[in-house]
Design a protein around this ligand. Structure first.
Ligand code: G3P
Ligand code: CA
Length: 246
C-alpha cells in the first residue's frame, strides 16, 4: 500500500515523536496526521497474550519494572505507559494486540514487528490477524530470520519484511530462499545503487532508523518504497511539497 506519491510513510510505533510509543495515543495521532500505515512491536506475556510494546522489559516505557514475559496481561494493563513521556499522557495503557486490531481494522495498514523470541509469538500473532480478518492489511517484520521462517511456513498469505543493517548479497540470497518479499535496511545504509539492485532482485525496499529529517529526505531520494519514521507529519509534508514541485 502506498500513498498518492508512491512512497509509504509508516508511523514508527505511531507518531512516537509526539506521543508515547506503541499506544493508542501515538497511533491515533499518526492517523490524524494523515498516515495510514502504523508500525508496532509485539511480545508475549506470562499468560501467553500478545502485547504491543517495544522493549523486553517494561522499565523504559511504563512505571513498572521487569520483563514483559514475566507479567500477566492483567499486570501489564495496570501499568502507566504514558507518564514517562509527559504528564498529559498519564494513565495511557499498554495495548493488547487484539485491541489494536479491533481499533484500527479498516482504518490502517499495520507493520507488525515480532520482537519477542518464541515460536509461540509468531503463531499467536498470525491467529489474531486471521481472526480479525486483517491478513490483507498487515506486513509481518522482524530482525529475527527464524521468526520470518515461521511466518512463511505458517501463514504464506502474509507479506514479510526482513529488518537488516545493510542488504548484502548473502542477505538477499537468504531472503529469496525464505520467500521474504520486502527488505528493510537501516536508513543510513541506503543508496540509490542499493535500492536499484534490490528492486532488480524483486524486493520492496523500505528503510528503518530514520532519526533526522536529513536522513528522511535521503531515503525518499534514494528511490526506496517507504520508511518507518517517528514524525510522519514531516514526512507527509515533504512528499506533498516534492510532488507539487515536479
Ligand atoms: O521499522 C523497524 C524498526 O521499528 C526497527 O527498529 O528498534 O524501532 O524496533 P526498532
Ligand atoms: Ca519496531
Amino acid at each position: 500500500m502506498t500513498d498518492t506519491t508512491g512512497f509509504t510513510v509508516i508511523a514508527h510505533r505511531g507518531a512516537s515523536s509526539y506521543a508515547p510509543e506503541n499506544t493508542f495515543a501515538a497511533f491515533d495521532l499518526a492517523l490524524e496526521m494523515g498516515a495510514s500505515h502504523l508500525e508496532l512491536d509485539v511480545h508475549l506475556t506470562a499468560d501467553d497474550e500478545i502485547v504491543v510494546i517495544h522493549d523486553d522489559t517494561v522499565d523504559r516505557t511504563t512505571d513498572g519494572t521487569g520483563t514483559v514475559s514475566s507479567h500477566t496481561i492483567a499486570a501489564l494493563r495496570a501499568l502507566d505507559a504514558g507518564s514517562w513521556f509527559g504528564d498529559r499522557f498519564k494513565g495511557t495503557r499498554v495495548p493488547s494486540f487484539g485491541e489494536v486490531l479491533e481499533r484500527y481494522a479498516g482504518r490502517a495498514y499495520l507493520h507488525v514487528e515480532l520482537k519477542g523470541r518464541s515460536a509461540g509469538l509468531s503463531r499467536r500473532t498470525i491467529d489474531a490477524i486471521r481472526t480479525a480478518g486483517m491478513t490483507r492489511d498487515v506486513t509481518m517484520t522482524s530482525f529475527q530470520k527464524i521468526r520470518l521462517e515461521e511466518v512463511r511456513s505458517d501463514a504464506p498469505e502474509l507479506p514479510t519484511g526482513w529488518l537488516v543493517g545493510d542488504a548484502s548479497a548473502a542477505i538477499t540470497r537468504d531472503a529469496r530462499a525464505i520467500g521474504v518479499t520486502q527488505l528493510c535496511p537501516l536508513a543510513k545504509a541506503l543508496t540509490p545503487d542499493l535500492v536499484r539492485r534490490l528492486h532488480a532482485d524483486g524486493f520492496v525496499v523500505r528503510a528503518w532508523g530514520v532519526g533526522t529529517e536529513e536522513l528522511m529526505r535521503q531515503v525518499v531520494e534514494s528511490g526506496a518504497d517507504g520508511m518507518t519514521v517517528n514524525f510522519p507529519n514531516v514526512a507527509i509534508e515533504y512528499l506533498r511539497t516534492r510532488a507539487s514541485s515536479r
